[in-house]
Design a protein around this ligand. Structure first.
Ligand code: CAA
Length: 291
């Protein structure tokens, strides 16, 4: 199947990055969210991020202009029904995702492929509540989407080969690399990454190291581009906690129990960069550790 147009549900951190890479790769993009303000903010952010790429000679000003011209927004979820591929990138809560699919289904073309950018929720379960489990897949981008090379492709139990092969080609057209993951809790990247982040929070909780020494250790001692606590703030501590809970419940192994300190930060509303406070305080000129 030829995919020319893509509908994106959710204009947040992931949605705007996904719109960015699809528009640059020549796809027509239609993005929706619940408020015009969120949509305007997302388009402005894509513009800024593409401008950064122009200034670093990654893309030309003409590429940017053409790509920005391919991004349209709408407040009506139903408008996405006419696109060839829908990517749901809404909040990481199963009830929210299900409600979106329910509202969208009556408007979809029969051949439209339906995907979710979920970082951990069962694709088979999400698919089973739609009218097209064979055309449903997990399509998991990494943050920041324009920079990260990997896309995880997750087949549910009913996903057909044609749908999978179509998405493999879409990923190639984006200039990214696909990794196939089986549909088990948190797939590959987060199955490995989140327990590491959770362990870093335990290391802090037990007083083995400070925020600074933990992050420096992994940056300088293991060549990670960001320390685990800095990365947790970047991803969002609520997302990290949600994924640990999916691992803990889905695999029923105590080794995945979320650190109580991670829970406490989330309870405080200190969710990382997006709320300006997490393991670091971002309200000043430079990030300052909060412990
Ligand atoms: N859009 C476009 N370009 C961007 C960008 C964006 N949003 N953010 C950064 N860039 C570009 C910069 O322009 C720069 O380009 P050049 O190499 O051409 O100069 C490059 O990325 C590096 O950026 P910076 O120089 O500003 O900063 P940096 O060197 O500190 O790198 C980083 C920033 C790429 C985010 C790096 O710190 C990094 O790789 N961190 C780890 C990110 C990571 O692990 N992501 C995965 C999270 S897990 C996930 O997403 C899955 C999940 O479900 C939770």
């Amino acid at each position: 199947m030829n995919v020319a147009s893509v509908g994106i549900v959710g204009a947040g951190q992931m949605g705007n990055g996904i719109a960015h890479v699809f528009a640059l790769a020549g796809f027509d993009v239609l993005m929706t969210d619940v408020s015009q303000e969120a949509l305007d903010k997302a388009v402005a952010l894509v513009d800024r991020n593409m401008e950064r790429q122009v200034s670093r000679d990654k893309i030309s000003a003409a590429d940017k202009k053409a790509a920005m011209g391919r991004i349209k927004t709408t407040l009506k979820l139903a408008d996405l029904g006419k696109t060839d591929l829908v990517i749901e990138a809404a909040t990481e809560r199963e009830t929210v995702k299900q409600a979106i699919f329910e509202d969208l289904l009556p408007h979809l073309k029969p051949e439209t492929i339906l995907t979710s950018n979920t970082s951990s929720i069962s694709i088979t379960r999400l698919a089973s509540r739609t009218d097209r489990p064979e055309k449903f897949m997990g399509f998991h981008f990494m943050n920041p989407v324009p920079v990260m090379q990997l896309v995880e492709l997750i087949r549910g139990i009913a996903t057909d080969e044609k749908t999978y092969q179509t998405l493999v080609k879409v990923v190639e057209k984006l200039g990214k690399t696909a990794a196939s993951a089986e549909d088990f809790p948190a797939f590959i990247v987060n199955r490995i990454l989140m327990p590491m982040i959770n362990e870093a929070v335990y290391t802090l909780y037990e007083g083995v190291g400070s925020v600074k020494s933990i992050d420096e250790s992994l940056k300088l001692g293991a060549n990670h581009p960001m320390g685990p606590l800095e990365l947790a703030d970047f991803i969002g501590l609520d997302t990290c906690l949600a994924i640990m809970n999916v691992l803990h419940e889905g695999l029923a192994d105590t080794k995945y129990r979320p650190c109580p300190l991670l829970t406490k930060y989330v309870e405080a509303g200190w969710l990382g960069r997006k709320t300006q406070r997490g393991f670091y305080d971002y309200r000043g000129e430079i990030p300052v550790p909060t412990r």
